[in-house]
Ligand binder design. Sequence first.
Ligand SMILES: NC(=O)c1ccc[n+]([C@@H]2O[C@H](COP(=O)([O-])OP(=O)(O)OC[C@H]3O[C@@H](n4cnc5c(N)ncnc54)[C@H](OP(=O)(O)O)[C@@H]3O)[C@@H](O)[C@H]2O)c1
Length: 294
Amino acid sequence: MSQKIVLLGANGQLGQTLTRHFKTLDHDLVALGRDALDISDETALRRILDDLAPDVVINAAAYTAVDQAETDDLDARLANATGPKHLARWAKERNSWLLHISTDFVFSGRSHRPYTPDDQTDPLSIYGRTKLEGELHVRYLARDNSLVLRTSWVYSQYGRNFLKTMLRLMAEKDSLNVVDDQIGTPSSTQGLARCIAAAVDKRPVGILHWTDAGVASWYDFAVAIQDEAISQGLLSRAIPINPIPTTAYPTPARRPSFSVLDKAETIAALDCHPQHWRRELVHVMKQINKKTPT
Ligand SMILES: NC(=O)c1ccc[n+]([C@@H]2O[C@H](COP(=O)([O-])OP(=O)(O)OC[C@H]3O[C@@H](n4cnc5c(N)ncnc54)[C@H](OP(=O)(O)O)[C@@H]3O)[C@@H](O)[C@H]2O)c1
């Protein structure tokens, strides 16, 4: 059934992918970047959403600079917690369904098995804490008409992400050191968009997890990126990539050492099946090779 959808954070990497993906579907999508709607501004949010009266709101807006958030917690909280609170309140009042994107960084990483949606959260960073606050607002204020969809290690042909940073560094440097003791799953925005489209059709409520299939360390991901980039002609030579421990690469924000997400409930609820992350990587690299806009 065709639905009226408002997408927020439309200029981010997920936002741009969703804008393209939904053009191929039978929905009426209004895509708003931060320039059109800052979700921390409740007055503007109410005016614009009241005017558009969507059946569905997808919130892909977020403050995602994980290290910068450690010294900029006010801005991180405005985007990641205050904005979702305003959205959830509006969605509850207007009986609209809210799909809110969240992160594996709500977990501490001390688990040794994939995290299920009900597992105990315990974020290590300001980014993770503000994202958890956003989740709690959404669940508390719009319990019966919202879905929190957690994902991890998001990348695409758009914007800034690990894949694009690696391609740049691999072209510039003679060798690279990459941490091999943080384990998770890369998630292409294209796979995520397919899952989100299935969720829009079925409108589940609660918390679900989505990533591509399989697991990797950042080191594994980097090695796969280099191999694929050489095979597709995006890089002309291989450089040594050295595995290093997190302790050798200190960052302002602490990150979970293990943040694999269990997707079983999502697959059952949405009948949507993730592809292995290496297959998604091949596809994203082909998009970069075609020089789609960044
Ligand atoms: N990137 C990852 O590795 C990752 C991992 C797990 C989960 N996630 C989650 O996935 C979702 C999408 O992330 P992404 O990678 O697409 O992030 P992104 O590329 O950084 O895009 C986020 C977008 O939100 C916008 N934004 C920030 N504050 C806003 C506000 N107050 N009002 C409206 N828009 C605002 C940003 O605009 P400006 O650029 O102008 O600030 C940007 O266009 C987020 O919920 C993120 O937490 C991401």
